[in-house]
Design a protein around this ligand. Structure first.
Ligand SMILES: Cc1cc2nc3c(=O)[nH]c(=O)nc-3n(C[C@H](O)[C@H](O)[C@H](O)COP(=O)(O)OP(=O)(O)OC[C@H]3O[C@@H](n4cnc5c(N)ncnc54)[C@H](O)[C@@H]3O)c2cc1C
Length: 289
C-alpha cells in the first residue's frame, strides 16, 4: 500500500528537531532508519502528518566512552554496532543481539535509537538495554532528561517519551570486570522477529554471583525486565537450583500472544529455554569460557 500524504522535514541540528517537535505536537513524528515506521505507514497503521528526518542531524551518530559510560548516538545504525570492535570488546551483547536483528539490508539503515524507541515488544534491543541497565537520553523543549531502559516501556508502542521529546543517545554503564553477557533468540528463520529471546548479564566473584540481570523479548506486551529472575541468581553459585529458580521466575512474568510464531504454551516454554541458555552462556563467559 501507499502511505497517506505527509510533510517532510530535514533538520540539521538537535535544536531544530526540538523546535519542530514543539511546533508540530502530536502531528510530528521523527524518522530514523524507517524500517519500522515506513512499513507501518504503508499499512496505514501510522499516519503522521509530518515526518522529521533525523538523518542529517549533527551529533546523533557514533560510539564513544565518556566518563566511564558507553555513549551511543541514537542514529548509529545496527550495522555500525556490529562493526565496532571496541564496542564488542566492552559490551559484547550488543554485537551478539544486533547480528540477530533482521538481515544486513535492514541493519544497514535501521538504527539503535529507532529500535529502542519504537516500543514494539518484538524489537531485540530493548531487552538488551534492560540487561545492561542502560539509560536513554531524551531531549525536548524543557531540556534533557534520562530514563532507565527498565522504566521506559509502558505498553505496546507506548513509551516514556513525551510529546515533543526524542531520543538522542543511549548511555550504558561500563560493564564490571568479570561480567558475562549473552543474548539468545529463537526465531523461525533468518530475518524474523523472536518467538522468544532472553538477554542476560551476570558477574561472578570467587564463585558467587554478585550481579545479574535478565530481560525478555516478544513474550509480553512490552519488553520485560525479569527482576525476580535476576534476584534469584544473586548470591548463589549459579548452580542448577539457582538457574531453575531464575527460569521459573522469568517464565512466570511472560504473557505471549498466540500468533504465527506459535501458541502461548510453546512460546512460554521457548522463553524458558532461551533464559536457561542465556544464563548458562553468560556464566561460562563470566568464567572466561
Ligand atoms: C523485514 C524486517 C525484519 C525485521 N526484523 C527485526 C528483528 O528481528 N528484530 C528487531 O529488533 N527489529 C527488526 N526489524 C525492525 C528494524 O530493526 C527497525 O530498523 C527498527 O525497529 C527501527 O529502527 P529505525 O531506525 O528503522 O526506526 P524508524 O522505523 O525510523 O522508527 C521507528 C519508530 O521509532 C521512532 N523513533 C525512531 N528514532 C527515534 C528517536 N531517535 N527518538 C524517538 N523516537 C524515534 C519513530 O518515530 C517510529 O515511531 C525488522 C524490520 C524489517 C523491515
Amino acid at each position: 500500500m501507499i502511505p497517506a500524504s505527509f510533510e517532510y522535514h530535514r533538520p540539521g541540528s538537535v535544536d531544530e528537531v526540538v523546535s519542530l517537535l514543539a511546533e508540530l505536537g502530536e502531528e510530528g513524528r521523527v524518522l530514523a532508519g524507517g524500517h519500522s515506521l515506513i512499513p507501518m505507514m504503508k499499512l496505514r497503521l501510522a499516519e503522521p502528518a509530518h515526518l522529521i528526518d533525523l538523518t542529517g542531524v549533527e551529533g546523533l551518530r557514533g560510539i564513544a566512552e565518556v566518563e566511564g559510560a558507553i555513549h551511543i548516538g541514537a542514529m548509529t545504525t545496527q550495522a555500525e554496532i556490529i562493526k565496532s570492535d571496541a564496542l564488542a570488546e566492552r559490551c559484547p551483547i550488543l554485537r551478539e543481539a544486533a547480528e540477530l536483528i533482521a538481515d544486513p539490508q535492514v541493519r544497514a539503515l535501521g538504527t539503535i535509537g529507532g529500535n529502542a524507541a519504537n516500543g514494539d515488544p518484538g524489537n531485540d534491543i530493548p531487552a538488551v538495554m534492560m540487561a545492561v541497565d542502560a539509560a536513554y537520553v531524551l531531549r525536548g523543549s524543557d531540556g534533557e532528561r534520562t530514563v532507565a531502559a527498565r522504566d521506559f516501556y509502558q505498553g505496546p508502542f507506548e513509551t516514556a517519551l513525551a510529546v515533543g521529546e526524542f531520543l538522542t543517545a543511549i548511555r550504558i554503564p561500563a560493564p564490571p570486570a568479570g561480567q558475562g553477557q549473552a543474548y539468545c533468540k529463537l526465531k523461525r528463520k533468518v530475518g524474523d522477529y523472536a518467538i522468544a529471546a532472553t538477554a542476560v548479564t551476570l558477574a561472578v566473584d570467587g564463585g558467587v554471583c554478585g550481579q545479574a540481570a535478565v530481560a525478555l523479548t516478544n513474550v509480553g506486551i512490552t519488553p520485560l525486565y525479569a527482576e525476580a529472575a535476576s534476584t534469584a541468581l544473586v548470591g548463589t553459585a549459579v548452580d542448577a537450583a539457582a538457574v531453575e529458580a531464575a527460569v521459573e521466575a522469568a517464565v512466570a512474568i511472560t504473557d505471549p500472544a498466540a500468533d504465527l510464531r506459535g501458541p502461548v504454551e510453546y512460546r512460554r516454554h521457548a522463553a524458558g529455554v532461551m533464559t536457561r541458555r542465556a544464563i548458562e552462556t553468560a556464566l561460562a563467559r563470566a568464567k572466561g569460557g
